[in-house]
Design a protein around this ligand. Sequence first.
Ligand code: DAH
Length: 350
Amino acid sequence: MSASDRISEVQDEAVAAIEAADDPEALERLRIQYLGRKAELPQLLRTIPQLEPAERAAIGAAGNAARGQIERALELKEADLAAGEIAADDAIDVSLPGAPSLPVGHVHLITQTRRDIEDVFLGLGFQVAEGPEVELVEYTFDALNTDVTHPSRARTDTFYIDDDTVLRVHTSPVQVRAMIAQPPPIYVIAPGRVYRPDNDATHTPQFHQVEGLAVDEGVTLADLKGTLLAFARAIFGPDRDVLLRPHFFPFTEPSVEVDVSCFNCDAGYMRDGSRCPLCKGSGWLEVLGAGMVDPNVFDYVREYGYDPDKVTGFAFGMGVERIAMLRHGVPDLRLYFDGDLRFLRQFGAR
Ligand code: DAH
C-alpha cells in the first residue's frame, strides 16, 4: 500500500473511532493512539525530510491534512461531549469553550506595526500623546510655522471642514497640543490617523503616522540620530545604519530625510550580483522625515514654558503603512484597506 493510501486509511479509521467515542476518557485515549508521539501518523510525518524530493510535497500535504482532520474531529467531539455534560447536569459551566469553539481573529498588520513602533519608543522613555483627527488649521499649519502660501494648505491638498478646521494631514499638530499641555522636558510620540486627498498604489486618502517630539535643555541632532538608529535597529534588524539627508520642513531647522540601510541586500546588490529590488540598488530605504524643532514653533508655545533660548528639541514623523510595506514587501498600499482576507491572514501568526 502506498504511503498516501495508508494516510487516508488511518484518517478514516481515526475519525470513525472519534465519532463513536462516548466519554472524555475514551476521547483522550484516541488522541494518544492517533496523534501521540508514538502514533503512526506523527511518526510518518517525521520521516518526510528523508523522502525523495518528488514525494515530499505530496506526502507532507496529505499527512498534514489528515492530522488536521483528526484534530478537528477531536475538537468537535470534545465540544459535543461537553455540551452533553451541560445538559446532563442542567447547569452551565461558563468556563467551557463554545461548541464548536470559533477561531479568534488577529489584529490588522497596521495595528501590529503601530504597536511595534510604540514599543520601541516607550522602551526609550517616550510617552504616548493623542490629538483629534478633526483639527484646527491653526495647530495643523500656523503653529507649525507653515506659511499661508505653503502648497500643503491648498484646498486640493487638504480636506477642509470649514475655513478653520481640517482633517489633519499629519500628526504634527499633536506636538503643539502636547507642549501646551505640559512644560519641558517632554518626550512624546503621537500615533494616529491622517487624511490627504490622494489615491494610488503609494497613497491612500486615509493612512497612519507616528509623530515624535523630544524637548529638553541641550538636545542635539546627535540625540535625534541616536534615537532613530535605535528605532531602525529594533524594527529592521540589529545591523542597520541610518543616513540623514538635508531636506526642508517648515517646522524643523535643520530638517532631514532619514534613510535606513537596506536589510534585503548588501549595499544595493543581491548575493547573485543582481540589483536589489527593494532599495533599487541604492542600499538605502527612505523611512521618515525629521529635524530640530524650529525656534518659531517654540515661540508659538513660549507662554507654556518653551523659551527658544533655553530649550532645543527634535521631532520626526513616519508613515506606519510605509514601515509595514518595507518590512513585509507589500507592493500596494490599498491592500491594507481592501479587507481581502487572503492578504490580511498572512499577518496573523503573532
Ligand atoms: N509632518 C511631516 C509629513 O507629514 C513629517 C514630519 C517631518 C514630521 C519632519 C516631523 C518632522 O515631526 O520633524 O510629511
